[in-house]
Ligand binder design. Structure first.
Ligand code: M6R
Length: 618
């Protein structure tokens, strides 16, 4: 969704704001703008379209000043246009704001302001905020901070907000409620941004603002305040992400880079959780040990695991269902967070709750987590984002350690989530007595080999690239599989539709004859995952059913066999692992296929139309 940033310091603000906005591009946007304070005046430049347009305009006609705010807008209220772009100002142009979120009661506030003679320029909900701040500023004691505090009391909805006032050129005021915002100071000055990658170039020590907290940025320090203006003393959090991890390096797109980072991401999720057993028991020489999680009586007594998430994280959760039920023999319910939060779910004191989110900021996922907590549940979060709202509000956080994921289409976050889930499921299986010594070690050895096997798959990327160049213009593309291959099909279909804009669907292969087969024809490609050996025969029948109706076919299966070769146009062979771990490998060719289809169709896979990286509003 929208990205916001701000800078006040010792250098020209405009280029710094533009660089930060580029780092937030992945969030999705349709327009961009900045406001700079100079000589106690505010200068705004904003326009529909890509940040490059704004940058070019600033090269032609620079805005000078060492303080300012910036924004990338993802339209919600009012079409993408120059006027609706942020920043928005009050009527006399002395206060400018940028906003991420939705002001739910803006119509009422707008009517109130209009009745007082305020003229609106845009169709946005945001503009009311600038005018209300002006109202309190002009009718109050002239203290901008107090005017912001009074304004916040009138706003319903979600916001991350940054405010500059021409009369206060020495500060930026920033505040959040239900939308992410971080603040940090470095040698160049003080910064705010919607997300960590925008600040890594300048500082690794940041404040994650809590709901209702206000950050007042000065060039050499940041003051944290509560919602009544009271000073809050808190240490910064150190982020050990490498600034390099947020740049493309030699890759044409972040998505491809992140697909290629998966061996490392999975390794980073795995290694810290594997410990040598001090007893040096040959049968049990490596143990899974999550520092974050103690397997205690709650885990022993658990009767159900409830997993909730959205999008790709939900698909990881479905793999979790198969994994926990397979290894730990405990029933698992997986729910889409937006459904879970409204469907009056049943809570039980013997439930374990797992909430998965790459960003830790997805609105529906956070709402589901809060609902669980209100009902007395303890939440284990699986997230990639240190300091995210999810990680701060959950009772326990398991970090995936995938590093920043910039491309909208999630890849390395998914495989690292799945790796964490397998480790949890395996350890729970051991703890509850379902997996013993030799088998447990065999599984750990198999997981440890996955990163190297993922590299072998990536080395064959041309096979998929060639296949995509032949098939990218099929009008329908389906993915099917059984058991662990079904959630991989779901994730593959999501990836493909996100970036190639091809109609794609996933189905459990057993469902083929219950409906989807009606769609199969010569304009169709079916990609089948066939990694569950006991189901090879059944998959072979399903594949024959689609190819005999004219569909093109790719089968993703284990290397070393020719079981499917005669019934499919193409086979992609995966290095062998345990069947139950196949999702970690099988998804990679599907990710590559989506990427190359997007390239063939002339789409930018990093910035797919209509999508935002982090869905921070409902
Ligand atoms: O940050 P989260 O994991 O909570 O995001 C959930 C979904 O919005 C996300 O996975 C989305 O489906 C991705 N674009 C998938 O590639």
């Amino acid at each position: 969704m929208c990205g916001i940033t701000g800078f006040i310091g010792y250098e020209e603000a405009a280029p710094i704001l533009i660089r930060a906005l580029k780092k937030l591009e992945y969030r999705g946007y349709d327009s961009a703008g900045i406001a700079i304070i100079h000589d106690e005046k505010i200068f705004v430049r904003k326009m529909k379209g890509r940040i490059n347009l704004l940058e070019e305009s600033l090269v032609e006609n620079p805005l000078s000043g060492q303080a300012g705010i910036g924004h990338t807008r993802w339209a919600t209220h009012g079409e993408p246009s120059d006027i609706n772009s942020h920043p928005h100002t009050d009527s006399d142009g002395s206060i400018a704001i940028v906003h991420n979120g939705i002001i739910e009661n803006y119509i009422k506030l707008k009517q109130w302001l209009q009745s007082r003679g305020v003229v609106f320029l845009s169709d946005t909900d945001t503009e009311v905020i600038a005018h209300i701040i002006n109202h309190f500023y002009r009718n109050g004691n002239g203290a901008i901070l107090q005017a912001v505090i009074e304004t916040l009391k009138l706003l319903d909805g979600s916001y991350a907000l940054a405010v500059v006032c021409a009369d206060y050129p020495d500060r930026i005021i920033a505040v959040r409620k239900d939308s992410p915002l971080i603040a940090g100071s470095g040698a160049a000055g003080s910064f705010i941004a919607s997300d960590i990658p925008a600040l890594l170039e300048y500082t690794h020590d940041v404040y994650f603002l809590n709901d209702g907290e206000i950050a007042v940025l000065y060039r050499d320090h940041i003051e944290l305040r509560g919602n009544e203006g009271e000073i809050i003393l808190r240490a910064t959090t150190h982020i050990d992400w490498d600034a390099e991890s947020a740049v493309k390096n030699d890759f044409p797109h972040f998505m491809l880079k992140e697909i290629f980072e998966q061996p490392k991401a999975m390794e980073d999720a795995l290694r810290p959780r594997l410990k040598k057993n001090d007893l040096n028991n040959a049968l049990n020489n490596t143990l899974i040990d999550f520092d974050e999680i103690k397997f205690d009586e709650n885990w022993a007594d658990a009767r159900r695991i409830v997993i909730t998430a959205c999008g790709t994280a939900y698909n990881a959760g479905v793999i979790g269902k198969y994994a926990f039920e397979h290894f730990a023999r405990i029933p698992v319910e997986v729910d889409i967070a937006s459904e879970y939060r409204y469907r009056n779910p049943i809570f039980n004191k013997h439930d374990i709750f797992i909430v998965i989110s790459q960003s830790g900021e997805t609105a529906d996922t956070l709402a589901a987590m809060r609902l669980i907590k209100q009902n007395g549940g303890r939440v284990i979060a699986i997230t990639n984002a240190p300091g995210s709202t999810l990680s701060r509000e959950a009772d326990t956080t398991v970090y995936t350690y995938a590093g920043p994921e910039i491309a909208v289409a999630s890849t390395k976050a998914f495989t690292s989530q799945v790796m964490c889930i397998y480790l949890l499921a395996l350890e729970l299986g051991r703890f509850r007595g379902h997996i013993q010594g030799g088998l447990y070690q065999k599984y750990i050895a198999a997981l440890s080999a996955i990163p190297a096997q993922a590299r072998q798959i990536l080395d064959k990327k041309e096979v998929i690239q060639r296949f995509a160049s032949r098939q990218y213009n099929k009008t329908k593309m389906f993915f099917m599989g059984r058991q662990f291959d079904y959630p991989v099909s779901m994730e593959s279909a999501l990836k493909l539709k996100e970036i190639s804009y091809t109609h794609s669907e996933a189905f459990a292969a057993g469902e083929l004859k219950h409906g989807p087969i009606a769609l199969i024809g010569a304009d169709t490609l079916v990609i089948s995952f066939a990694t569950q050996k006991v189901l090879f025969e059944k998959m072979a029948s399903n594949i024959r059913e689609v190819t005999s109706r004219g569909a093109a076919s790719l089968v993703i299966t284990w290397e070393g066999g020719d079981f499917f070769d005669t019934i499919t146009d193409e086979t992609f062979a995966l290095p062998k692992t345990e069947d139950c771990f196949s999702p970690l490998l099988a998804v990679i060719p599907a990710q590559l296929f989506s990427y190359y289809c997007a390239i063939q169709r002339g789409n930018d896979p990093d910035k797919p139309r209509n999508l935002a990286k982090s869905v921070t509003v409902e």
